[in-house]
Design a protein around this ligand. Sequence first.
Ligand SMILES: Nc1ncnc2c1ncn2[C@@H]1O[C@H](COP(=O)(O)OP(=O)(O)OP(=O)(O)O)[C@@H](O)[C@H]1O
Ligand SMILES: [Mg+2]
Length: 622
Amino acid sequence: MLGAYRKTRWALSVAERNLAAVTADLPGSPRGHSAARTLARLWPYVRPVRARLATAAVIAVLASCVGLVVPLVLKAIVDGPVADHDPGGVWLGALGLLLLGITEAVLFGFRRWLVARPLAGVEAELRRDLFGRLQRLPTSFHDRWASGQLLSRATTDLMMLRMFLAFPLTFLLVNGVTIVVGVAILVIQDWGLGLLLLVPVAPLIPLCTYFERRYSTAARQAQDQIGDVTTLVEESVLGIRVVKGFGRHRSQARVFRARAKELRATELRKAHLLAWIWGVITTLPELAIVAALVLGTVRVADGDLSAGTLVAFLSTALALRWPVESIGFLLAMCQEAAAAAERYFEVMDERPEQDVPLPAPEARAEPRPGAADGLRFHGVGFRFPDAAPDAPPLLDGVDLHVRPGETVALVGATGCGKTTLTHLVPRLYELSAGRITLDGEDITAMPRERLRSRVAVAFEEPTLFSASIAENVLMGAGPGAGAEDLARALDVAQAGFVRDLPHAEHTEVGEQGLSLSGGQRQRLALARAVVGTPPFLVLDDPLSALDVATEAAVEAALRRVLEGTTALVVAHRPSTVQLADRVALLSGGRITAVGTHHQLLRENAEYAWLMSGAERALEGQA
Ligand SMILES: Nc1ncnc2c1ncn2[C@@H]1O[C@H](COP(=O)(O)OP(=O)(O)OP(=O)(O)O)[C@@H](O)[C@H]1O
Ligand SMILES: [Mg+2]
């Protein structure tokens, strides 16, 4: 089932991407012009360090221009001491050159020092915001997005943005200024030769524009493919047991190779484009320099140009080679950064969960908010945002009242929407219709933080984080909770096994720690749900992985907790149902029967069938 989702999601993302690639190729499409605009969105992050960046840029311009003085000193040496056979003067000139070189190096080093720290700060800020946003985006967002895509955005793309701020941003400016100053020096020295060097600029402009457009498409595609590869690696690492258990490592490797090959093809296309533009950018000025050399030599021979001027002219032209040549890959880096920024802001532009107070609910005969009224579902409807448009809603008019202090078991066939219904209470998904109230107060009118502090949940798949057991459990409590609460919660969940672990409750668990058994994890998740003594408790089949003896012990302890709480407990087994005061049967998207276990067993055929295990027996035959 999950595989099918993933596949449709994958197919959709491929389709989207192809569409993006096609539209980007269309002339005049917004993407062609938007690289600068996308990058401009980084300004709020760069603003705080703008002074340093500007200083660094000025220093880099200075350093670069110091480099341009070298040819002028050369000219002075050639036309002066060399022509006059004055060794002392040559030494002095050489000393001057050495000083210039040292100055240039020191200035560039200073620039690096100036920008390194603030840019690391900018990257950290971008990453922090992205992480914060990921935490606040609704569950439905995470259903749609592959985790590897998010991971690669938080790593590779942010690195590209930092590199962009460190190099291309500064050096496009620095090299631009250097080229202008250099060309001015050339034209002043000899305008004829200078203009000759400018001839290649004309064809370079349209060529660079064409290159940028092609490269930006390829860059975006490559970064998306990195995301896909990341997803694949992540899934196969997390699912390594399944991969090994079913001997799937070969087919996984095959899939990986296919994706890696796609990425390689895209990277090669980028390399081809870059090689091509680099070739053109290098060759054209080189040809112009050769032409200038020939013409200049002829003119020196004719005596209407001094040898020193020619030396200075050519060495200035040669000094300009690097600024000109680098433009190709600086543009490439800009395009990559634009793609990275685009991917970054795609996530940042998603709407986070918001506390929007609903219009005042129409007056109804219901208790004043605040009075004990328990948990009520009023005509609750829900459909997944990504469900097929013609599919009927999963939940359609669920009406249920869990009275204060009461425990209601929710029973229904597998896949009928029980888990989904439990997710609606802490607003992990938003209702499509109807209302849910806690003590008469609409959950959509409550700040999420308060809602979630009143409702505690334990999910079907107990997730533990890479942290100690104590930290994992206390996650369910307010800031003031301590060792006593922890001990009580562990006691309720019958998690006595914790005492036998190497460091008791300080043992590290989760991905980087000790791996616990399914039943042990389930008991910790249960402890996490009850540690904060929440007034409302939603448990999704909390005892499914326990053996009969442990289940009975947990039930006995849980019964004590449930006494004071209003609880909705999803149950599959008769033994869990026994915990509840009443049972509600979810079928066809609504509650079709409510009553005690024995009542429903007698009166409701579907319930009797579910509880008799007939369903499981049928599944076994299928
Ligand atoms: N993100 C999603 N988009 C579309 N459909 C989904 C999504 N998540 C779950 N579903 C579908 O919603 C239905 C209800 O799922 P749910 O997990 O609520 O069932 P359940 O009653 O808890 O089943 P079980 O008893 O097996 O735990 C399933 O058919 C499932 O495939
Ligand atoms: Mg479920």
